[in-house]
Write a protein that binds this ligand. Structure first.
Ligand code: KIV
Ligand code: NA
Length: 264
């Protein structure tokens, strides 16, 4: 099967089609989402929280994310796999960004990278695009800047909305193929989406963006406390808790394994 490409993503916007993106961090879930028809899988630096147990994305490293990204590529057949560049792996210079992105493409087979920021990371975006690496932008609540924002709060209200729009236009002009808008007012997301010819991917940005992304553990109800913008499409956390308790009860009670689970 042929993978989804940046050309398919561009064509979807031209046709006015909306599309979903989910995060993935391992081969099994990547295969499930791929077979469910999710066209783009993001190996987010949110792995810092949902895989590695940190309380922000700041600590996670390239070496932490490379094996996860490689697993997602191996587990999927059709989806485009986007590798998130972690904090500290691209901010220093265009050269650092290109070196990091090159590692992701060569060592994992990922098809694109994502970085946070607008005009402040333009040299980085341009260098990667010039080298043939598709780049996804990320504006608004960029979690790697949590210490500047002073918490996880809505971004782009009032005057800063105009700055965000200029950042989005700059990313498009640099050749980015899509831009994530995280936790911004709905009317700003609408303005940005109407102003760009590349797709916007919303998370907490209202219904107007061209695409929507959620962290899969949030989407599937694995995480008890989530932001207002999350919709839980299942209660996997409860299902898994019940399964673990049943297994425990049956082991303690001598019910499992039954004769059919043994080799005679
Ligand atoms: O790391 C992540 O999961 C992300 C998405 C929420 C866009 O950056
Ligand atoms: Na991220």
């Amino acid at each position: 099967t042929k993978r989804v490409t940046v050309r398919d993503i561009a064509a979807a916007k031209a046709r006015g089609e909306k599309w979903p993106m989910l995060t993935a961090y391992d081969a099994l879930t990547a295969r499930i989402f791929d077979e469910a028809g999710i066209p783009v899988l993001l190996v987010g630096d949110s792995a810092a929280m949902v895989v590695y147990g940190y309380d922000s994305t700041i600590p996670v490293t390239v070496d932490d994310l490379i094996p996860l990204t490689a697993a997602v590529v191996r587990g999927s057949k059709r989806a485009m796999v986007v590798a998130d560049l972690p904090f500290g792996s691209y901010q220093a210079s265009a050269e650092q960004a290109l070196t990091t992105a090159t590692r992701f493409l060569k060592e994992t087979g990922a098809h694109a990278v994502k970085l946070e920021g607008g005009r402040r990371v333009l040299p980085q975006a341009e260098a990667m695009i010039a080298a043939g690496i598709p780049v996804m932008g990320h504006l608004g609540l960029t979690p790697q800047s949590v210490n500047v924002f002073g918490g996880y709060r809505v971004q782009g209200r009032g005057e800063s909305g105009e700055q965000l729009l200029q950042d989005a236009k700059a990313l498009e002009a640099a050749g980015a193929f899509a831009v994530v808008l995280e936790c911004v007012p709905e009317d700003l997301a609408e303005r940005v989406t109407a102003s760009l010819s590349i797709p916007t991917i919303g998370i907490g940005a209202g219904p107007v963006t061209d695409a929507q992304v959620l962290v899969w553990q949030d989407m599937a109800g694995m995480v008890p406390h989530t932001a207002k913008f999350v919709k839980k499409y299942a209660q996997i956390g409860e299902v898994l808790t019940d399964a673990a308790k049943s297994f425990a009860d049956e082991v303690v009670g001598g019910v499992f394994p039954a004769p059919e689970h043994a080799y005679h």
